[in-house]
Design a protein. Structure first.
Length: 198
């Protein structure tokens, strides 16, 4: 075969190979979903019909903190509990008790959506393990990553799980080292939130 005939054939093969490669890998990848527990999980507006039992007089103030959500968004606790109650859940992805209760806790958070803000505080964890846990258990509320355990220490949490209820305005209502059964937490929230939950 002469060089004149060989050159167009090589060029055609080269273009065909490039097109095939582009066709296989040239499609833009789907954007990765946002991290679970990030800014997308922050609460919406306060419901206009929200009625709350006032905090008991003399209740101590909850330790205020500023933390960072799983996607790097800052969260200031005092801003969150300024206009509605907050449930703080202290957990780690490797905690078996946390995992056993998390599905029911996630469901309860959905029941009280926007009326009571659930905020997870995760420590002693790896980012990938934490994301896997949050997705597996459908955690749709914000999660603070407490790498240095600053928030944990301010609430005297030594190991997960632990749960704390903070009243609107920041009064510390009750805490449970070792966690609390979800049915009992629901009962406590029904006493606090006087309007019917959706």
């Amino acid at each position: 075969m002469t060089r004149r005939r060989l050159l167009p054939l090589l060029l055609a093969l080269l273009l065909a190979g490039t097109t095939g490669v582009a066709g296989c890998t040239g499609d833009p990848a789907e954007p990765a979903p946002p991290p679970a527990g990030g800014a997308a999980a922050l609460p919406g507006p306060v419901p206009t019909d929200l009625a709350l039992r006032p905090a008991p007089e003399g209740a101590p103030a909850a330790p205020a903190f500023t933390g960072t959500l799983t996607d790097g968004t800052p969260l200031t606790a005092a801003q969150v509990w300024a206009d509605r109650p907050v449930v703080l859940t202290f957990f780690s992805s490797w905690c078996t008790i946390c995992a056993d209760r998390q599905d029911a806790l996630s469901e309860l958070a959905g029941t009280y959506r926007d009326r009571v803000v659930f905020v997870g505080v995760a420590a002693v964890d790896q980012p990938d393990d934490l994301q896997e846990y949050l997705r597996a258990h459908r955690v749709e509320y914000p999660v603070v990553v407490d790498e240095e355990q600053v928030v944990w220490r301010s609430y005297a949490v030594r190991e997960p799980p632990a749960v704390v209820i903070v009243a609107k305005g920041g009064a510390l209502l009750r805490g449970w080292p070792g966690g609390i059964e979800v049915a009992e937490l629901d009962r406590r929230l029904r006493e606090l939130v006087l309007a019917e939950t959706p």
